[in-house]
Design a protein around this ligand. Sequence first.
Ligand code: HEC
Ligand code: HEC
Length: 244
Amino acid sequence: MFHCLILPALLFLLSANTCASSGAVAKNQAVADAARARWSSGPHAGWLSRILPPAVTASSVPEPDSRGAQLLSRYCVQCHHLPSPAMHHPDKWPKIVDRMVVRMRGQGNRGALMKHMMGGVKAPDEEEVHMLIGYLRRNAQMPINRARYPDLDTEGRSFRDACDQCHALPEPSSRTADEWRRVVRRMQDNMGWMNRVEGSRPIAGEPQLRPRDILDYLERNARQPRGSRPARIRSVRSRRADDR
Ligand code: HEC
Ligand code: HEC
């Protein structure tokens, strides 16, 4: 009897919770869409839309129904696409947020232009800045532990040169081979998106992404998917196979 009551109660709570969170996420997306509509119809739209790629939405950011995600949608889409917390490592975020807050308050580099351009840009108060930084740091990129990769300057060169142009070099063992294939594909798009003015040609000598070399390196050093054999055993075996 007791069980009969508990199960429906639990299901009710779960569904109520899901509804509440999807409501919060939809609200965040609406706020973000309104902000983007403001700058993307203005005379600076071409430049602003290339600052960051359109990579994440209110529902795909981490902890989508948290206060941090709400603040991200309120403040960080006022001049460019929504930033992804996983783009930068934890120690990088406080300085970036400070740089952005200075702009939102209409001071600093391009401050006057920004203010003029944006008109109604809102700036976070101190408590909100603190929350935002905490959220970004908690969901940040894991930077590479270079001591573990003595071959970074030889076999890892393509990866080293291509993948630290916009953010710190990520830790290869932080993702599985499958996840790396998806990430690298997206990074090719990001490079096209961010590095070039629309319609321009590649510049001679511009560092080129060599996806095959980079993927070989990342796949070799990737985290094993859950439930498969431990990486150490596999790599010793494959090294023996290579020696033959
Ligand atoms: C008032 C306009 C404005 C607002 C609001 C704004 N940004 Fe920016 N952002 C810029 C401009 C301009 C650039 C390009 C120049 C630069 O990198 O400083 C930029 C670039 C960036 C970049 C790419 C450069 C890098 O260092 O990786 C990130 C990431 C970023 N902003 C994050 C944020 C976050 C997080 C917020 C919210 C706290 C935010 N921005 C709010 C104007 C703004
Ligand atoms: C042109 C700038 C640029 C270059 C070069 C670049 N990235 Fe990124 N990276 C980004 C941006 C912007 C984001 C956040 C948006 C996204 O995830 O697409 C990001 C996010 C990431 C993330 C976090 C993604 C997630 O969803 O967890 C990883 C991991 C990453 N990059 C790896 C790489 C690797 C590997 C390379 C080299 C192949 C690379 N990046 C090159 C701009 C760049």
